[in-house]
Design a protein around this ligand. Structure first.
Ligand SMILES: Nc1nc2c(ncn2[C@@H]2O[C@H](COP(=O)(O)OP(=O)(O)OP(=O)(O)O)[C@@H](O)[C@H]2O)c(=O)[nH]1
Ligand SMILES: [Mg+2]
Length: 342
């Protein structure tokens, strides 16, 4: 699978170049002073967050990143050149922690943001720097500082405003492909979606909101069943969930059971997620047959949620019914959440 959201790597600052020992030797100047230049600083290892990078996959294949070495100082007060900085391109939303202590070092949440993970070693000073009144001909210079090394853990947590959750086959990917330009695979079997997808939904005048479709959850997901819950972290940063329930006639099992199972899986993963604001979506309304029993079934279901103050939207991604209302409501909630943040 080409979606990797956790890697461990080692970064090492470039070694500093060594300082030079040398003396001026010119015709008719019998005892020239020291003129050894400083060594160059070692290169830094720098992370660069870029929107077009969507996974940490590239870091899977290369585990050690080292800044370039500074060149040595030279005679005639020539300083060494600075070592080359190494840039590691990572997705926006990557969290960097110390691999040994777990200390949080950086959270790169904006496109174009840089983070210096390890600075290069200093260049050694050349002997020209050591001349004093009492020692006009110093015969020593400093070695360059060796670049420091550090283990880092990188973890990608996608940045989305809205997360779509639900059982496999509930119609999550169909919804995101109906309201955004994202085109994840849609198919009539569970676990079609194997990695998170992001889509931008046009809304209001702030450039829309970002919605995330993640693989379906099943009972026991927190113990690793199905695709497990490792994708849940990608909706941890959203402000609202769209909880999708397949309400079509003739489906296997009960929508309400699905709902409760997923709530429980969320709680097992992170109790805070089970408390996050959500709207419930009755999906596949076009596939509900017109029959009094079915009408009653849906109205009971609706009553259950409204009694708890949970807003319900009835939609069909196939006919487009209800999509506008859903987008308007969710967009409004996202806008409010953003204003609260500011
Ligand atoms: N009739 C009808 N079928 C739908 C609708 N939305 C989705 N489907 C169908 O339901 C099936 C599953 O849809 P997906 O969007 O792949 O479901 P998913 O929730 O993303 O599934 P996973 O990725 O496996 O978790 C597909 O055959 C869709 O065509 C709808 O509004 N009406
Ligand atoms: Mg899907």
């Amino acid at each position: 699978m080409n979606f990797i959201d956790e890697v461990e790597i080692t970064v090492k600052g470039g070694d500093g170049g060594r300082g030079c020992v040398s003396f001026r030797r010119e015709k008719f100047v019998p005892r020239g002073g020291p003129n050894g230049g400083d060594g160059g600083r070692g290169g830094n290892v720098v992370f660069l967050a870029e929107e077009r990078i969507t996974s940490l996959i590239d870091l899977r294949y290369k585990r050690i990143y080292k800044g370039g070495m500074g060149t040595h100082g030279q005679t005639s007060d020539c300083h060494g050149k600075q070592g080359e900085d190494i840039f590691i391109r990572i997705p926006v939303g990557t969290i960097i922690t110390d691999g040994d202590t777990g200390e949080l070092l950086g959270d790169l949440t904006k496109d174009g943001v840089e983070y210096i993970a390890m600075a290069g070693g200093r260049g050694g000073r050349g002997n020209a720097r050591f001349a004093t009144a009492t020692n006009q001909a110093p015969r020593h210079a400093q070695p360059g500082e060796i670049g420091e090394e550090r283990k880092l853990k990188l973890e990608l947590k996608l940045l989305a405003d809205v997360g779509i959750i639900g059982f496999p086959n509930a119609g999550k990917s169909t919804l995101i492909s109906s309201i955004s330009a994202a085109k994840p695979k849609v198919a009539d079997y569970p676990f079609t979606t194997l990695k998170p997808h992001l889509g931008v939904v046009e809304f209001g005048d702030f450039g829309g909101f970002v919605i995330a479709d993640i693989p379906g959850l099943v009972e026991g997901a927190h113990t690793g069943k199905g695709l497990g819950i490792r994708f849940l972290k990608h909706i941890e940063r959203t402000s609202i969930f769209i909880h999708m329930l397949d309400v079509s006639s003739g489906r296997m099992g009960e929508p309400l059971e699905d709902y409760k199972v997923i709530k429980n899986e969320l709680k097992e993963f992170n109790p805070e997620l089970a408390e996050r604001s959500e709207v419930v979506v009755f999906s596949k309304m076009d596939a509900v047959i017109d029959d009094p029993e079915e009408v009653e079934r849906l109205s009971d279901l609706l009553t259950y949620f409204t009694a708890q103050g949970i807003k319900v939207f009835k939609i069909s991604s196939v006919t487009g019914a209800g999509l506008k209302d859903l987008v308007n409501y969710v967009g409004g909630e996202v806008t409010k959440a953003k204003e609260d943040e500011e």
